[in-house]
Design a protein around this ligand. Structure first.
Ligand SMILES: Nc1ncnc2c1ncn2[C@@H]1O[C@H](COP(=O)(O)OP(=O)(O)O)[C@@H](O)[C@H]1O
Ligand SMILES: N[C@@H](CCOP(=O)(O)O)C(=O)O
Length: 307
């Protein structure tokens, strides 16, 4: 095999009280990551050449040490003594700085592509570990709550970072996601968070997060949404960065089991009560932000696209 194309989904991290732990894979939007082995006598001066097209492609660095996909590929090439040159072509369907794991979709896609192209036979946990290295460039920390669902699909819990441990739960659920035209950098949105929290808030957040897991196993979306909205630490800080969020929260009450910030924002994710409610929520989001809205559902992790 000389080249491979991977579908790499958007992901929604945190989901309220699950900061750096919870993550969901979404069916839409997504990136396509193509990796091709090219002649070593190619004109590029480095072992990795990167091209980017699609959403805000002009803002994404092509230097492999600055592009999240490049960082992951470089480390995999170093660790597995890969001498060939590769051309990574990224077609962005997920706008960067979105809160929908745009930077991480490239990390997950390239990790899965390199694994298959060079027959590395790495398991999902090792792929997540490599993919999270790319997040260190974009977010300033190798958080795994986007790359874990990006690779495994469904709902993931990064239960430990040292050593890395990830759990995966099957979840069939519709969601509505708005992408307001507001710029929020994950790196900056991490800096505004408190470094210490009162014990009472810890008790609250652990209670809400564990309640969410119970609700998922019981397919109790009403309680899932209620607990998701119970974060007292991260969401209240970041809510101030997203104009219109309070209005949206108020207006979707009737139609959604819950609503929260997706990742570090500005994307907003809501759990609709049913299909009709999904359309109502989408309408409200469009009225407030006049922005792209995805009526989508929880989906698969990165996979090979065959023609
Ligand atoms: N392959 C890539 N895809 C998207 N963003 C990238 C990529 N490589 C580097 N970046 C940088 O990462 C930042 C976006 O990441 P981040 O703020 O975490 O947004 P998101 O929530 O969409 O992942 C931007 O500064 C962007 O230039
Ligand atoms: N846990 C991270 C998730 C960032 O997600 P992104 O989609 O905004 O990159 C955080 O909250 O910082």
């Amino acid at each position: 095999m000389k080249e491979i194309t991977i579908y790499s989904p958007a992901t929604s991290a945190n989901l309220g009280p699950g900061y750096d732990i919870f993550g969901l894979a979404l069916e839409e939007p997504y990136d396509l990551v193509n990796v091709e082995i090219i002649e070593s006598s190619c004109k590029c001066c480095e072992q990795i050449k990167i091209s980017v097209s699609g959403e805000k492609a002009e803002e994404i660095p092509l230097d492999p040490t600055q592009n999240t996909a490049g960082v992951v590929a470089l480390k995999m090439m170093e660790d597995f003594n890969i001498k060939e040159c590769v051309h990574i072509k990224i077609q962005k369907g997920i706008k960067p700085g979105s809160g929908l794991g745009s930077s991480s979709a490239s990390c997950s896609g390239v990790a899965v592509a390199m694994n298959k192209l060079f027959n590395l036979e790495l398991d999902n946990l090792k792929l997540i570990k490599y993919a999270s290295l790319g997040e260190a460039v974009a977010a300033g920390a190798p958080h795994a709550d986007n790359v874990a669902p990006g690779i495994m699909g469904n709902f993931t819990l990064t239960t430990s970072y040292e050593p890395l441990e990830v759990l995966n739960i099957l979840l069939d659920m519709d969601v509505v996601v708005a992408l307001p035209n507001i710029q929020v950098s994950t790196k900056e949105a991490r800096k505004i968070l408190p470094q210490e929290i009162p014990l009472q808030k810890l008790v609250n957040n652990v209670g809400k997060a564990t309640g969410m897991i119970h609700s998922i196993y019981n397919k109790d979306f009403e309680n899932l949404g209620k607990y998701m909205m119970g974060d007292q630490v991260v969401e209240p800080c970041r809510a101030t960065l997203i104009e219109g969020y309070d209005e949206a929260k108020e207006k979707v009450k009737e139609f959604a089991y819950g609503i929260t910030i997706s990742g570090s924002g500005p994307a907003i994710i809501a759990i609709p009560k049913n299909k009709e409610c999904s359309s109502e929520i989408a309408k409200i989001f469009k009225e407030i932000w006049n922005c792209p809205v995805y009526e989508t559902k929880v989906g698969k992790g990165a996979y090979e696209v065959k023609d």
